[in-house]
Design a binder for this molecule. Structure first.
Ligand code: BMA
Length: 398
């Protein structure tokens, strides 16, 4: 037989064999779900995947926007003040951008957020975005002024009050449930607030479209809208809408942003505390919409350690099986035992919440000073642990 042909058939045999082996193993394909993802979004995804194998990144909300004793000093960070390095991930909050105002629910200027997004991206840090959007129904009730965290806000799940919350014993009667005044349903197609919601998404997209790097490319980031829906405290949470409506809200949001040309976003599905895999996946919009699965959980102590261990176990396994990234996207000022638990699982990052500036008398209160010293001490130990990654640890990881 012709020597060349012989070689060729050998190769074909090997190729066919490889093909069948490939078909029988069901390794999930880790890749960004958006087929039109920008090269920068793809690079962020694969970078996150690589980093997830190296350790767990530390993230901090509003890290660059404010600290316990300061307000917007560009480049300053409470974390850097303590350990000399920035967290690997910086979180920013966009609540109330949908109203068209210049500052967020936390009085943070959106223009300044843009500056810090660009600053941190240039430093090769990773950006994650949350959005506590106002309640589309109650925010329109004329007798209420939207108040951050109160009436008209993301947390407003009350049917009626004349400018103040109902007495605690009657709260149940006043809660907005899926069967009445369903805020999520009201913004979905055919809902009475649908056009208003499109307007919100237009404002949000126009803002995101201004986040460009020096070459005019859209900065890639993680977006975590409609978060913590396993809790009942936001208008998009459990009991406030059905699981299917929640999933539709997600799909609508993702499709809308993509249609605006925002192919630079990785989307994180995110629950609050969850006690089983089934619980975790209630309302899941589908694998084709989600790049990262994540959980938020604040707590400390034995019971917390036990429950978070279980949740990180089933959550990270599910993420691996579906080919998704996985993270603990919010937690309180953590105890070091949580860091030990995190080491057991492939977790991209954990993020502690914002250091809202303290009132002067509170900042100088000995109890508060002691609490901050303890936290700073833990932070330093965390920083020294090679498993926890800060900005300097990830700079060169492409
Ligand atoms: C919450 C609190 C609020 C804040 C909100 C959005 O958990 O910190 O004070 O308005 O996050 O950042």
């Amino acid at each position: 037989m012709n020597y060349k042909l012989n070689i060729m058939s050998k190769y074909s045999f090997i190729l066919v064999l490889l093909f069948f082996v490939g078909c029988t193993t069901s390794t999930p394909k880790f890749k960004p779900v958006n087929p039109d993802a920008t090269p920068e979004a793809k690079a962020l995804y694969y970078r996150l995947l690589k980093l997830q194998d190296m350790g767990v990144m530390y993230g901090h909300q509003d890290d660059l926007m404010c600290g316990y004793t300061w307000w917007y000093e560009p480049g300053r960070s409470d974390i850097k003040d303590v350990v000399g390095d920035y967290p690997a991930i910086a979180g920013f909050e966009l609540g109330e951008i949908e109203t068209g105002q210049e500052r967020s629910l936390d009085s943070i200027s959106f223009a300044q957020i843009t500056e810090m997004v660009k600053f941190f991206h240039q430093k090769n840090g990773i950006i994650t975005i949350s959005w506590h959007a106002i309640n589309p129904i109650t925010s329109q009730w004329t007798h209420r002024k939207i108040s951050p965290n109160g009436p008209g806000s993301a947390w407003d799940i009350k049917k009626f009050d004349a400018g103040r919350y109902a007495e605690p014993e009657s709260v149940e009667d006043f809660e907005i449930k899926a069967e009445s005044l369903n805020a999520v349903k009201s913004i979905l197609p055919n809902g009475e607030n649908h056009e208003m919601f499109n307007g919100w998404l237009d404002i949000l997209s126009d803002y995101f479209l201004t986040w460009t790097d020096d070459n005019g490319k859209l900065i890639p980031f993680i977006f975590r809208p409609w978060h913590e829906h396993s809790g009942t405290f936001f208008w998009w949470g459990r009991e406030r809408c059905t699981d299917e409506e929640y999933a539709s809200l997600w799909r609508y949001t993702v499709d809308y942003l993509k249609n605006k040309g925002l192919n630079n976003i990785l989307f994180a599905y995110n629950t609050d505390k969850v006690y089983s895999l089934e619980d975790f996946l209630r309302g899941y919009p589908g694998d084709e919409y989600i790049d990262m699965l994540s959980i938020d959980w604040y707590g400390q102590g034995e019971e917390f350690n036990k429950l978070i261990d279980i949740a990180l176990d089933f959550g990270s396994k599910e993420a691996q099986e579906r080919g998704k990234l996985f993270a603990l996207t919010e937690c309180g000022n953590i105890g070091l035992d949580l860091v030990e638990i995190l080491k057991k699982y492939p977790v991209s990052h954990f993020l502690t919440w914002r250091h809202a500036p303290l009132r002067a008398d509170w900042a100088s209160n000995p109890m508060m000073i002691e609490r901050m010293e303890k936290w700073n001490d833990q932070l330093k130990q965390m920083y020294d642990d090679p498993h926890t990654l800060f900005l300097n640890d990830i700079l060169d990881v492409k």
